[in-house]
Design a protein around this ligand. Sequence first.
Ligand code: PLP
Length: 437
Amino acid sequence: MNALAPNMDHHWLPFTNNRLFKQEPQVFARAQGVRYWTPEGREILDGSSGLFCCAAGHGRPEIADVVHRQLMTLDYTPHFQRAAPVSFEFAQRLAALLPPGLDRLFFGNSGSEAVDSAVKICLAYHRARGQGQRSRFVSRNWAYHGVNIGGTSLAGMVNNRRDYSGVTFDTLHMRHTWSEEQRYTRGQPESGADKADDLEDLCRLHGGETIAAVFIEPVAGSIGTIVPPKGYLEKLRATCDKYGILLVFDEVITGFGRTGAAFAAQEFKVTPDLITMAKALTNGAIPMSAVAVHRDIQAAVIDAAKGDRPELFHGYTYSAHPVACAAGLAALDIYRDEGLFARGQAMSPKLLDLVFGLRNLPQVTDLRGYGMIAGIQLKPGANPGEKGSLVQRLLFDAGLHVKATGDALIFAPAFVVEEDELARMGEVLQKVLGRGD
Ligand code: PLP
């Protein structure tokens, strides 16, 4: 078999038009720092940290070394009634990064699993407190919470839920927070906090006492970076408190410095009851996710359990996989030793200057951004999503990887990006988005 051109028939690619892909494959064979290389050796700058995972850049030997060592020491351990020291160490390190109280960690393997685990933990908590009637969930339009049953039920991006209605559960959707007057807003919009009143309306209509939890991406990432209006998250928190509803921040993208602080909860100074995380948890090197749960929630579930059966009937074969925990510890060491969250904070104005400098280009219709993540809304094509995939392709051809979602680009380089690399990414964006067609 030719290593440069393997048979592509057998791998069904996710979230991909497989027919188009096979006509013009976009393949990465190698990565280092903020660069990918194609099998032919062409260099492609990474403008999206892979898929917002590789905050410390690609090919980190510190992670590779501990992964190899862990594989040769303890390659696998079950976590049902068994454990390995490394998972306790990792959970303790994560707890120290999280807001006070959110210091109980439940591990999974993907953001989608973290979301579904959080759904079950919320239900278990209410049941433990004699509130089993709380079975409804609230999210909002344009939300992305992964693709398992919980995430599909919570989803507000239509294509991700429309075909799966037979398996989804009862979810109430608030409006998204974007509005015309926010166009080209850098940072948090001044207007839009009133959209949080939707939660109050839903509580009045359906009964706040029937709602288990509200799931929110503090910055809605996968729709193309919608930054929360000033006061919006605070209002949601207050309404959740008023009705005894749990507030879950889905920080799968925003976790680990993407907005500046370790978690968006700290950046925006609003503390949820649970936080889901994945992606940069291991710098993208090994699949892993976690749910940070407030200690009182865990205590309620544990205290209510009878006898010696498990308190929570939930878990995965690979929950807290020792190799993933080791990779996660190495990633946390890098973030700490290189002061990477602070570096991201320092780099953010440069990234936002670059992005807002695209304002007058013919293909650009809106710009948004906060910290080390920005959304570039494109002039739509004939059908929704067509322009996004065309531009993603043109950027790839011009030497830049950026994630497209519908007709938006999500620009979110690694925090280790150097100024000249950022400038080069900007040149490619200028060139491609400056095209008139
Ligand atoms: N939640 C959010 C907010 C996400 O952005 C994502 C993925 O982008 C997920 C959940 C799902 O994560 P995964 O693709 O690892 O299942």
